[in-house]
Write a protein that binds this ligand. Structure first.
Ligand code: SF4
Length: 173
């Protein structure tokens, strides 16, 4: 069933939850940005065992390190976690949400995608050809699905993606 978890969500953020469901998510939820966990071991799993390692500018070693991501997360108070089913166009949907949130005043809105970037047949590896569409996955930046999902009550084995937005002016969190 398609739904957005809007109970106890700040009213100004409810439209974003509804929107990401319209864009293809199965469910979405607002959580504290501080609940998004990054860890160095996630990077190691990318480096040893993932076919996508080094395949594009959105994957390690090009993507932000866990430490950089951790530091960046300090600039945010709120994150939106969105769950997509099989075949969901995660990155494209989240980038669309990022853009719309930005245009509505969420200056810091930033989307994380899912999996390696597949926008180009072959990634040039130096300058991105589609910077407006390409976003790293959360795991490429050192964050894993399970830790943030546990404390928020989401199924730990679900594949959750997040977009960040700010809370400073009240236009969005
Ligand atoms: S959009 Fe193209 S150039 Fe940019 S990271 Fe993806 S594959 Fe590489």
């Amino acid at each position: 069933m398609v739904k957005a978890s809007t109970r106890s969500t700040p009213p100004r953020l409810k439209p974003f939850l509804q929107r990401i469901v319209e864009l293809g998510a199965v469910d979405a939820k607002v959580v504290k940005a501080s609940s998004v966990v990054t860890a160095d071991w996630v990077r190691m799993k990318c480096r040893y065992g993932c076919d996508g390692y080094g395949s594009s500018l959105c994957c390690p070693p090009h993507s932000p390190t866990p430490g950089e991501t951790r530091k960046t997360l300090e600039d945010y108070t709120t994150a939106i976690l969105a769950r997509f089913g099989p075949g969901g166009r995660v990155t494209r949907s989240m980038v669309t949400l990022e853009r719309e949130a930005f245009l509505q005043g969420c200056q810091r809105a930033f989307a994380f995608g899912a999996g390696p970037c597949i926008l180009c047949k072959s990634c040039p590896g130096d300058v991105c050809k589609h910077p407006e569409k390409a976003r790293p996955s959360m795991e490429a930046c050192g964050s894993t699905c399970s830790p943030p999902c546990g404390p928020t009550g989401f199924p730990s084995r679900s594949c959750w993606r997040r977009a960040l937005s700010r809370t400073t002016t009240g236009c969005c969190s």
